[in-house]
Design a binder for this molecule. Structure first.
Ligand SMILES: O=C(O)C[C@H]1C=CC(=O)O1
Length: 92
């Protein structure tokens, strides 16, 4: 099943810069691992905002939740999920 996932990133302004750098590195590594697994199909930055839009291909809502909550920066995200269904006019 495909899901469109929209994340706003809300890192506290007073976070320790060294801690933030570590968190961003861990986040990047986990995101790369998930993309290589084929579950994290697209990842796009929203231009001009600390936000991203992505497409996940998961077996279930539970699997999607497990993947999202495995991201090290998960506590700092506001996430919206839109489950995608086939459009009758789509040729793909
Ligand atoms: O968009 C962000 O900065 C947060 C994030 C989600 C995956 C990733 O690699 O970074």
């Amino acid at each position: 099943m495909l899901y469109c996932v929209m994340m706003d990133v809300n890192v506290p302004a007073d976070i320790d810069p060294a801690e933030l750098a570590k968190l961003r590195e861990a986040e990047k590594n986990r995101a790369i691992e998930m993309q290589k697994s084929g579950k994290f199909v697209h990842l796009w930055r929203v231009a001009g905002r600390p936000a991203n839009i992505s497409i996940f291909d998961c077996e279930s809502n539970d699997e999607l939740h497990d993947l999202l909550s495995s991201l090290p920066m998960f506590p700092y995200f506001s996430i919206k999920v839109v489950p995608l269904a086939k459009h009758p006019s789509s040729i793909k």
